[in-house]
Design a protein around this ligand. Structure first.
Ligand code: G3P
Ligand code: CA
Length: 261
């Protein structure tokens, strides 16, 4: 028996689900636990942010400062890795360490079908070094040409660097919401594989869907109605803090099918 999509919905497909900062809606963001729990789920993959420490280690961390997500203070870029390693990025009852990207890639080896979306954070005092170090770490992990690795950034400069030095890796240029005003024409100063507008930006500027035939990645999609909107509008990939909810939503609202044969 063959199952075909019905005529009205035959263009619809569930978007690929990416766990934003790991399964960060349920576990401390960007920690081993958040990533490991996400990687166990039958989803496409995980998203993470990377920054450089004072002594040049590439760590998995979102903010430029430590205070929101750890018991430390000060700037990541002004702190040595050994000191960051002593901090708690979880809670009192559930302590978690800050990870290096190399450790996260090691964890990925246990999940060979899973993808990773690595966001190099800009602007930073180290400029392009964060991009250079990202490719170095990927190289040592044997993933510099892997189709499982996707590089994303708000920086066109980073996009251009990756296109030149890691042309095999898929890239997504992230659009900031404030870009809606100053970049009305959606000008692209690099040649990414895809565009990554915030969901609110995408909903306000629908022309970014499949912009110039590029793939569309959007974030951060945490409500069932937003998840279904993404599917209805042909978004290819979305990042969510709640990957479990995304799976449940698509299971509850399957694309209508017709059975033939
Ligand atoms: O995946 C892109 C998205 O993560 C960008 O925003 O602030 O969550 O890193 P932010
Ligand atoms: Ca991010």
């Amino acid at each position: 028996m063959t199952i075909l999509a019905s005529n009205s919905n035959d263009h619809l497909q569930d978007p690929l689900i990416v766990a934003h900062r790991g399964a960060s809606g349920l576990y401390p963001e960007l920690t081993f636990q958040a990533f490991n729990e996400a990687l166990k789920m039958p989803i496409h993959g995980i998203e993470c942010d990377v920054r450089l420490t004072r002594d040049g280690e590439l760590i998995v961390f979102h903010d430029p400062i430590l205070s929101r997500t750890t018991n430390g203070r000060g700037r990541v870029s002004a702190t040595d890795y050994a000191d960051l390693r002593t901090l708690n990025a979880g809670t009192k009852d559930n302590p978690q360490r800050i990870m290096r990207l190399a450790e996260l890639l090691e964890l990925m080896q246990d999940y060979p079908d899973k993808h990773i979306y690595i966001e190099t954070k800009h602007p930073t005092r180290y400029g392009p070094e964060v991009d250079e170090q990202t490719l170095r770490v990927l190289h040592y992990a044997g993933l510099r040409e892997s189709e499982r690795v996707h590089l994303i950034s708000f920086s066109h400069r980073a996009m251009r660097y990756f296109t030149e030095f890691a042309p095999e890796l898929e890239t997504f240029y992230l659009f900031r919401l404030r870009e809606k005003k100053w970049n009305r024409g959606n000008h692209m100063l690099s040649r990414p594989y895809g565009v990554g507008p915030a969901l609110s930006h995408l909903q306000a500027k629908r022309e970014l869907l499949g912009f110039r035939g590029l793939r569309t990645y959007t974030w951060t999609v945490n409500l069932p109605k937003q998840m279904l909107w993404c599917r209805d509008n042909g978004v290819d990939v979305f990042a969510t803090d709640l990957p479990q909810l995304a799976m449940e939503t698509f299971a509850k609202h399957p694309v209508a099918t017709t059975m033939v044969g």
